[in-house]
Design a binder for this molecule. Sequence first.
Ligand code: AMP
Ligand code: MG
Length: 301
Amino acid sequence: MNTFCSIRADADDPDLAGEGIEEAFSELKRVESLFSRYADDSEITKINQDASAFPVEVDAEVFSLLARSLEFSRMTQGAFDITIGTAVDLWRLSGSKNMLPNQGEIEELRGRAGFKNIVLDLEKQSIYFARPGMRVDLGALAKGYGLERAKAILRERGITEAQINLGGNIYVISSRPQAIAIRNPIFPEEVVTSVDLADEAISTSANYERFFTIRGRRFGHLLDPLTGSPAKTDILSASVISPDAALADALSTAIFVLGLKKGSETLKGIRGCEAIIICGGRWGKKVKIYKMKGGSESEGN
Ligand code: AMP
Ligand code: MG
């Protein structure tokens, strides 16, 4: 997943904690190989190679993630969209060539993307692309799903107190709330607020860690599926808290892309999650922090 991971587990029996941590790490490696778009033999590589030509049968785990991804797209009016893969590749290549992609190329890719062009067959457990040359990228969900799996392994081992940190996406296993710090997206070494988590995950999407630089200009790594280009958003960072770690991951990406107004509207329709959105502040205030509950109207600073 091209990121760091740390796991801390507390148990009366240190051997139990150690074994649990090792197993959770192996599980994360397995999840990574499932998602990789660059390994020759991953399920995702198989899909991207063949699903434009014929329906590709995939294993049950990948199929259910694809189905969840489409559900997340519907929940976010398409702001989360795994068919963004071709555009991600184009921008990545442009970054390495230090050349902006031309609008014609972006339009052409946009024409053959869109989650509505993914055809899933539940009975055959297969995926087919309705437009040629589509590619899926589950990168915006992979860390959340990884957390979900690592958490399940630790729980199965009887561990009741643990914290898994996968590239800044955190899952807290605990019956008592644990404070998790949220960074200032402008000065990441500074903490601006914190949230209490108990048996929940937090995922943060921001541009301060990953971006492309083209001709001295910085472009964020999160793309707006509507334009096929880096999202023009007023959000500096979007964190989502939920017991469903994959949902938290997908939703943090989507809210970031949607911006404050549309992002908060979208959140109102989704129960079982909370968001902390950080935007640039006015009148000398460095940042403005909005805390919201999914499925409600509440808002604050
Ligand atoms: P995250 O770190 O969870 O915000 O996910 C980042 C990765 O998601 C990027 O590196 C892209 O591969 C992918 N991505 C970018 N924009 C989108 C989008 N709008 N929907 C889904 N995936 C995206
Ligand atoms: Mg994400």
